[in-house]
Every structure is written in C-alpha cells, then in structure tokens.
Design a protein around this ligand. Structure first.
Ligand code: G4P
Length: 527
C-alpha cells in the first residue's frame, strides 16, 4: 500500500466523557468489535492487573479512578483505529489535554439521563480550541433517559454546536427497542439477551417500508415516524464539512453495555472521521503524507515496570513512515538516535514496532532524555507546537524525611516533571522544592510514587503560595532587572525557565502592573 493509502486508513481518536458515562464500557465494546479482545470484561481486568503491579497505583485503585492513559490499536473493516485512552478523573485533566493534542477526532459519550456534565464540557472546550471533529454517543438508552429532543437541544445550546442525529432511538429504558439508522435507512433492533452480539441491522427502503410492521408494534412505529419527521424538520442534515471543521456533531444513540449502537458509531468513524491531519510546527506546517518521518512526544510514562527504571515516550507520528532501526534526530538535543526497540500498543499486548505511519502512536523506551513536546525527525529541525503546560492551582513544599536524600529527591522530581506528572519549581532562595499541581489528588499519587519508585519517603507541606506564572520578555536586560528585583518570589522550572511565584492575587497583579513589558503566562507551550 502507498503511504497515502496507509495514512488514509488511520483513525486516531479519543473518548471524552464525564466519569461514569460509560467510557470504559464503550472502549471495551469497540475493541470487541475490532476483534482485539474476545470477551467483554477484559479491558477492566487488564486495568486491574496493571493496577495491581505497583503501589502508587493502589492510590488510583482505592479511589476507583484511572490515572494512566494508554493506547489501543485495532482494525475494523479496512481501517486501523488508534484509540487513546484518557484518564477520567478531573484532577488528571492536564494529562488528558496532552492526549488530545495527539488525536484527530474525539467521541463524546453522554449519559442519556444526565446529558452534558461538568467534565464533558471542560474537555469539549479543549477539543473546540483545536477545531476537532466530535461524534456524540448518547449512552445508556436502556435506562430511563431524558427525552432525546431535550438532549439534542442541550448539546446545541450549551456547547454551541449543531447537532445531526445519525440514528433515532425507539423507546427508552425497559422499552428501548433499538434505533432507526437515519443515514442508511436501516432498522437496528437490540438483542438484549446477548450483550456481546454485533447487530447487523435490517435494511429498509425507508419509514414507509411495509416490513417495518413485522418488527415494531403499530404504536412504536407511529411514534417513530412522527419523531423522525420532526428530526428531519428541526435538525440540520449531516454535513461532512461542518463536522470536520468542528461545527456539527453527528449523534448516535445506544447502550454500550448491550453493545448496541457501537457498530454504527464505528462505521460512522470509518466513513466520516478524519484521517491524520497536518500539524503546525514553529518553522512550517507538516503534512501527513510527506515522505520523511516526523513526530512529537505527547506523553511520558515512567516506571511502567517499577523494577526497572524504564520510561516510555509516547510519540505521535505526524508525517511519513517509521521503520525499525531508523535513525531519528532528537531536535531539542540535536542528537541522532537509532530506534530499534519502539513498541506498538495493541489492545492486550505490546509488540515491537517494525513499521508505523503518520497517525500511529509508537512508544520509545528510554532512561530519560525525552520530554513532553520533543520533536523527532529524519533530520529537519522542526519543533511542533501546541502542547500546553498549565499554571498549577495548588502548590506545596516537598521535603525528604531523610535530609541526606535531598539530591535523590531532586532527580526524582525532575523526572516526574519531565513526565508531566506535576510542575516542579526550585526557588532561587532556599533549599526546598515546590511542587505545583492542578488537582489535589496528584499530591497523594506523587508522594506514593516518589516513595515506591525512588525509595524516598517525602513529606508535603502547605505553602503560602497562590499560583505560578512563567515570565517571558523580549528584552533580556529587562528580564534580568526583573529577576534581580524579585529574587525572593522567583523559581526555575525543570527546564530552567524563570517562574514567578505569587503569594496572592494582589501580589500577582502587582508583579504584572510593575513590569508591563514582561508577560506572565498561565500556560507554557513545551517546545
Ligand atoms: P466510565 O469509564 O465512563 O467511568 O464508565 P464505565 O464504563 O465504567 O460505566 C459506568 C457504569 O455505567 C458501570 O456500572 C457500567 O456498567 C454502566 N454502564 C455503561 N454503559 C451502560 C449502558 O449502556 N447501560 C447501562 N444500563 N449501564 C451502563 P457500574 O455498576 O458502576 O460498574 P459495573 O459493576 O457494572 O462494572
């Protein structure tokens, strides 16, 4: 197959949802349809096995959340799908944001009884910033649900997004019978007896097809006809361009638990979701079908096996083809690296990556040296943009219980910062380190990880700090003056960038007012 054909068959996507809407269940069913797993329950089981492997993951287990995200690749009807998992808990949204920089589209899962929830909305906003196409899956139709028109209205109003139902539900809760596929004119009935069945649907010539009466009682049929007429009158017809530009979402109704609607979602992704898109670099825009390899690191997972200090850099391929043994340029350091041991992630296994194309994700095992945002190329100096670091909202001082371990702690913190698990700041004055996070649960996870993975018991202590801002200025002299005048409020982050640590909002405003020619940034683009 040519490179362009190979790339055209890739669909790299993530699922965004509020916890409990059914993301895990849907993931599992997508993998089941893709033949990547044999039985439902395996994703959860695998998660549990993985969790059991190290102590810090106990934190996540105890709290019933998933901290680590991963990649699952599977094939279905001629397409290769790369599904990037995102942690659901809001304390880990920073990780989610980065994962979203590595996908081309998203599936938004809603609980049919709840509609848009806080986390759905937040994640949606991130997708919108990137004009990402979003398909919607309204889940749990087998339970008491809200009126479908109401749900569509909510999506349209709260997200300012056009909606176009791809299917229409017939009944709900105990009376949920299935859906009418509005795109292909098929009736798809739910077979609740077997939760893993892959319903093919019954092709019809339309809602006037006399065969409908064989499957649905007259009253359901009547309601369906009326509702579909309303839908066709009220909602926009599906417009591919509008979806690709992020202005319109096709809406599928289903029940992931019953494997219902999953096939339709998959064929929707195959038919409409975008293949790998071009990416912006500082120097130029990179097209996926360029001959030469390029990619960027969007995630680093450390200590996947706590016995070995191994780290995995997850690389999204932006262009070209990867071949095992390839020599790649690590643009930040200027070094050339021969990559022999890259991994591909299947649903249940990892395997050695012999080849991969734009849109795919490979994992490069390493012992440090890769940072989030790093670019890899076949020689050209391009640096991809757009991976954010967020100003922390909570900051604590961290100290080793054994003061002799301070140096080791510094190393551990640096690694964790490179991995993106937290922001780490070294104040210019004083010996302590400050750790900044977006959600308080991250402190617990960090303490447990520093203890089990680096063998350094630590204590976190509250600080009087309010927030941090990366300080940037075009005039190096002015920046130097600022730094000399504010040493007591300044720190360096793990890459040596100056950071202003504000004690309260007044202090922050004062810094900004006193130095109008400097910029105090809330997010730092990792380049
Ligand atoms: P999440 O990853 O988005 O957090 O959600 P998850 O898939 O874990 O689903 C949350 C709960 O909703 C689970 O129940 C799951 O079984 C249930 N669920 C998912 N899809 C459907 C559906 O289509 N219909 C119905 N009725 N329920 C659904 P749980 O009791 O929390 O977990 P479990 O004990 O069933 O695993």
């Amino acid at each position: 197959m040519t490179l362009t054909e190979d790339i055209g068959n890739r669909r790299t996507f993530a699922i965004i949802s509020h916890p409990d809407a059914g993301k895990t269940t849907l993931t599992e069913k997508l993998l089941l349809f893709g033949g990547a797993i044999q039985l439902a329950g395996e994703v959860r089981a695998r998660g549990e096995r993985r969790r059991a492997r190290s102590d810090w993951m106990k934190v996540e287990q105890e709290r019933g959340i998933s901290v680590a995200s991963s990649v699952m690749t599977y094939d279905w009807e001629g397409c290769t799908f790369n599904l990037l998992d995102t942690p659901g808990h809001e304390d880990f949204s920073e990780d989610t944001y980065r994962v979203l920089t590595a996908v081309d589209s998203a599936v938004m899962v809603l609980d049919a009884a709840k509609g848009i929830e806080t986390q759905t909305r937040k994640l949606f906003e991130v997708c919108r910033l990137r004009d990402m196409p979003i398909a919607t899956f309204v889940n749990k139709m087998d339970r008491e649900a809200r009126d479908p028109f109401d749900l569509l209205d909510e999506v349209e109003q709260t997200l300012a997004l056009d909606v176009s139902p791809a299917s229409w539900p017939i009944g709900m809760g105990r009376d949920f019978k299935g859906c009418y596929d509005l795109i292909n004119n098929r009736l798809i009935l739910m077979q609740a007896a077997d939760k893993n069945i892959r319903s093919e649907g019954i092709s019809l010539s339309g809602l006037d097809d006399p065969r409908l009466a064989d499957y649905l009682p007259e009253d359901s049929l009547q309601t369906l006809r009326e509702q579909v007429e309303m839908v066709r009158g009220l909602c926009k017809p599906f417009d591919l361009q509008s979806y690709l530009e992020g202005h319109l979402t096709p809406v599928f109704f289903g029940s992931a638990l019953n494997s219902f609607g999953v096939r339709d979602l998959l064929s929707g992704l195959r038919d409409f979701a975008p293949p790998p898109r071009s990416h912006k670099a500082i120097e130029r825009r990179i097209e996926p079908n360029e001959d030469k390899f390029s990619g960027f690191v969007f995630k680093i997972q450390a200590n996947m096996d706590p016995k070995h200090r191994d780290r995995m850099a997850f690389v999204r391929l932006v262009s070209g083809r990867f071949k095992r043994g390839m020599k790649l340029r690590h643009v930040r350091s200027g070094k050339t690296i021969s990559v022999h041991n890259a991994q591909l992630f299947l649903a249940q296994d990892r395997e050695l990556a012999e080849t991969a194309v734009a849109g795919d994700i490979i994992g490069i095992p390493n012992h440090g040296g890769y940072k989030i945002g790093d670019s890899l190329t076949e020689g050209e100096d391009i640096r991809f943009t757009g991976i954010p670091s967020f100003a922390p909202e909570l900051m604590q001082r961290v100290r080793p219980i054994d003061p002799m371990r301070a140096k080791h702690l510094a190393r551990a913190l640096e690694q964790l910062a490179e991995e993106g698990a937290a922001s780490v700041f070294k104040p210019y004055l004083g010996a302590d380190w400050i750790v900044g996070v977006v959600g308080s649960l991250q402190f617990d996870v960090l303490a447990a990880r520093i203890d089990t993975e680096y063998n350094i018991p630590v204590r976190f202590e509250p600080t009087e700090l309010y927030t941090a801002r990366w300080v940037v200025g075009d005039d190096p002299k002015l920046l130097k003056q600022f730094m000399e005048a504010n040493r007591a409020s300044l720190a360096e982050d793990h890459s040596g960038h100056p950071v202003y640590l504000a004690r309260n909002s007044w202090h922050l405003n004062k810094g900004q007012d006193d130095w109008p020619d400097l910029r105090f940034l809330k997010t730092k683009q990792e380049v």
